[in-house]
Structures are given as C-alpha cells and as structure tokens.
Design a protein around this ligand. Sequence first.
Ligand code: SOE
Length: 362
Amino acid sequence: MAERRAAAPRVGILGGGFMGTVHSRAARAAGARLTGVVASSPERGAAAATALGIERSYDSLEQMLGAGAVDIVHVATPNALHAAQALAALAAGAHVVCEKPLATTVADAERLVAAAAGRVAAVPFVYRYHPLVREARARVRAGETGRLLTVKGSYLQDWLVASDDDDWRVDATTGGRSRAFADIGSHLVDLLEFVSGDRVAAVAARTRTFFADRAEHRAVTTEDAAAVIVELRGGGIGTLLVSQTAPGRKNRLHIELAGQEASVAFDQEQPETLWVGRRAGTTIVPRDPAYLAPDAARLVMTPAGHAQGYQDAFNGFVADVYAAVAGAEPEGLPRFEDGLRAARVTEAVMDAAEGGGWRALT
Ligand code: SOE
C-alpha cells in the first residue's frame, strides 16, 4: 500500500520584498503550495505573485485569511506591522513564521507569545541553521570548550554607510525604536546564546546615529551602530559590536567563544569552516557530514566542498517549521519565545545606551 503523503502545507506570504522572496523560495523547497501573497498594494501583490510563482495575490491579509486559503503565514513586512499581522494570522488558526524583530516592543512580543500557544510560531534566526553553527553548539554542549570565559561578537554591514542610503528600517515609526541592534544585533545575541547555552545577564551599551539626515528621512533617531558589554549568567564577559556603516563588511556576523579548554569561532560570510582553537594549536573543521555531530550533519544539503549559503540555512529553518507543523520536534527551532528574548535584550541595550549604567536581564 503506497504510503499516503501528507497534503502539502498551503502557505501565504506577507511582503513582496527581498525577505518575502527568500521566504517563498524556502517554502517551495520545503514542499509547500504557495497559495497567496499580500504586498503593500494590490498591484505589488499581483506583481509578486507573478514573480514568485504564487497561485494568487490578495488585496489584504484579511481577504487571504477569510478565503481559508492558507495553513501557514509567513510575515515578511516592515517591523511595525509584524504584531498586528501575526496576531490576525494566529486568530484565524494559521501557524506563523514572523520575521525578526518579532515586534517593536516587549509588550507586543509578549502578546504574540501568548497568542501562539498551541501553534507553531517561529522567528527566522536562520544563522542557527548553518551546519557548522550546530557543530560549534554540539562541541560546547559536549564540554569540549570547557567553562565559558569570554565572548566576542560582531555583526557588521555597510549598506547604510552613505548619508543618502535609506530604508524603512531607518524610520522609528516603521522599524521601531532600535534599528541596527533590533535588526541584526538580535541575530548576534541569539546565536551567542544558542551556541554557548549561556544567557546574557546584564548589558552596558552605547549607540550612535552617524547620519541624522538621509535621502528620505530627516532627524533620524534610530542607531547606525551599537557597542555593548555583556555579563553572562555563567560568569563570563564579552563585547558585541553591531554596525550597518562598516565599509566592506556585507553581512559579516562573527562570534568567538573562549572556554577554559578551547575556543570556537564562526564567520557567517565563511560558513564552510569552523575555527577551533587550543593552546597546542588550532583546527579548521570543514562542513563534512562524515565528521559532524548528528544535529549538524542533518542540515548538510550538499557534499563538503559544494558550498552552502544563506538561502540553504533559510531552507533548513523553514523545513524544520513545516516538520513541527506536521508534529515533529526539530532541535533548535527558533520560536516566538526566542523573538521575545530578542525584544527584551534589545530594550535593555537601548535603555542602557540612553540612561547609562547596566541593565539586568533574566
Ligand atoms: C538587513 O540588515 C538584513 O536583511 C536583516 O534584516 C536580516 O535579518 C539579516 O539576516 C541580513 O540583513
């Protein structure tokens, strides 16, 4: 008797921009039927449906939900829209993937976590899905690095380094109070806590807005860069630098964890290798599934030497979301609770930067 294949999940995409495209590719790779798209206007929605091969566009999220056309909604719209859209999708009975930052306030993020009870509700902290990030995590968990002493993290981009560079993220009304830290610092802290298994216990911070006036926006208040000192619950300390004005750095997330026995370092722009450091020497670990921990090997999609990249990590994340929708318990799936964590860390960083001193985190 042929095994009955589960029906393909029906997926709706909110947002027709870069991230909407990335989400649609990952959904298709995971076997979904793309049954709807909503963009910032009916015309843009129709164009997105054509460009992305989605069955049809809808004029609004309400219309798509009312049509009963989707099982899973991917929210890939400007930050300030996330909370209302994700809440509406949850209320309609859908599972939700909501882009980070999950919400622009802790209160909204808390509401979303509560509303998502019993549902699959995930946030694309997709750098968790590079196989060698999982390898680093597995080695830390196995005790190979020893007591965690220091962490050094940076996430550097350059797409906003010119004063006439602009984006909706620059505007606090569409992007939220924090820009650089909420947008990419959230990835950095999530990855540090995910790999280390430790938690940020307190932060001190400074932020800078280097360009008050940009092409479309004047009197900009959101930060171009954030410099953060962290104390960890396990007793370690560290520094984080987040900037969207660092020429030559395109998407350079780098973490280095130093334990008493060994260090591990991962560079998102060079995801095919993991650096492992010891006093007696260093090892460069290749993304070769024959030598990786099971949770790392399961995310390998091409043989060693056939490079995997950002979209592959995204595809791995979405495949895990759909597996969870089908009843599985995938390891390390970033959920709305992780989005709430990021909102709390972001709020602490911004409060520390504005008010001085340290802010504690639980
Ligand atoms: C822009 O900073 C951006 O697209 C972020 O919004 C993503 O989360 C990050 O993965 C890449 O850069």
